[in-house]
Design a protein. Sequence first.
Length: 131
Amino acid sequence: MFAAYGNHCFIEAPFHCAYGINITLGDNVYLNAGCTILDTAPVTIGDRCMFGPNVQIYCAQHHKDALLRSQGQEIALPVTIGQDVWIGGSAILMPGVSIGDRAIVGAGSVVLSDVAAGTTVVGAPARVLET
């Protein structure tokens, strides 16, 4: 079903993806129940990543021009997640984002831009949490 997957991956049901063939999972990846990955472009999930329930990853992006959007024009942008990343429940990762190694995305966050390694982001839109 996937492009590639590592050892000891565990996916709780239900799980939904658009194709599956564009998803690569590293070793020891855990996806909690209800995750959705719309993999119209490559989605790479690094080693030891953990997803809370109902995490959503979207690669598809519709055209911003209403006329072109009404004609069905769509693009797809890849999503890349580094190693040792924790994505909290019901977080949404939008097209084209990269999440750096050891980052944390808080529950319910909407990630519109890249997240640097080792940072924690929360909110909608997701912003760096100062500690």
